[in-house]
Design a protein around this ligand. Sequence first.
Ligand code: PMV
Length: 297
Amino acid sequence: KSLGIGSAHGKVILVGEHTVVHGTPAIAFPVPGLRVSASVRRHVTGQKGVQPRGVETAVAGALRRWNRDIEGVDVALHCGVPPGRGLGASAACATAAVRAAADLHRVPLDARTLHELVQEGEHVAHGRASGVDARAVAADTPIWFAGGTARPLAVEMDASLVIADTGVTASTCDAVRRVRTHLAASPADRERTLGRAAVLVEAAADDLAAGDATGLGLRMRDFHELLAALGVSAPAVDRLVAAALAAGAAGAKLTGGGLGGCVLALAAPARDAAGLRAALERAGAVRTWSVPLGAAS
Ligand code: PMV
């Protein structure tokens, strides 16, 4: 075989980003419309393309693990996930590339090995990463993520997640550092914040299973307030959150690393998604996407 191929998709975190790095759970959804494809061929050009940080680390780790020549491949990526927007671009690229390397070398790739390899890349790209991105970009269903592992989550809701890009590129690494500093400043506040985060994520899972869009919207608003208090919102994010709520979204919040990036809003019923997207675009979103919750489960 001279060419291996692999793919992955972007993700959004419904609730639980940032606090998940400190041990609380999170809920994430795959975004199948944001696709990454990778091809890996035996080394021919002697040139390495420009790649998101972490991809090379993950692929080199895979080749080392399989006793293959680590200088022996060229990786080409087509990345349909905009980078630096909290949509999991780095994890999706690394996942697609490792899958392509496994295909090239005809090595069976189990979920655990894939996760470990992608996490090696994520640690290069993000500093300390919880692993929620690596799990969500490889998942076919919404996931409940806790303690490094993921399980499929039941969703029974006539609603759509609307994703709106502020156009502001931000560093997840900087945001994660900011949260760590904030939590280290007061042990009492740390305990209160992480406890509250865990309660909100549990409640959101119950809302998803019960089809309670009003409840879920409230959890999303509350989680946005919690993240803003941790210092990872931004004026462009707060503007789109306010615009989504004014347009009738059941809830809205930042998603992913924050400090810019994307806003996630809940359209319920699902047919309201088109109007919500239009309102967010009028309010300055550079791009929007929607993920029907019914189809996501
Ligand atoms: O910004 P993204 O897509 O990389 O999302 C990061 C999620 C965080 O919770 C902020 C970090 C992590 O490692 O879980």
